[in-house]
Design a protein around this ligand. Structure first.
Ligand SMILES: [Zn+2]
Length: 64
């Protein structure tokens, strides 16, 4: 069962550093920009929630 807010760790597509993010699982399909905590470049997040217990998070550079 997913919590409404899930902690996850992503790898920045620009600098390759890992940092933790909070995913809002109450929205089934969402796309947003959040700056990397390390290099401050804008990372595009795409979250797709699959039912009640799984979600897919992908990150990419803003221009990809
Ligand atoms: Zn970075």
């Amino acid at each position: 069962m997913l919590h409404p807010l899930e902690d996850d760790t992503i790898m920045c597509p620009y600098c390759g550093e890992y940092f933790s993010v909070v995913i809002d699982c109450s929205v089934a399909d969402q796309q947003y920009i959040e700056d990397c905590e390390v290099c401050c470049r804008p990372i595009e997040f795409h979250v797709v929630v699959n039912g009640n217990d799984d979600y897919a998070l992908t990150v990419q550079t803003e221009n990809e």
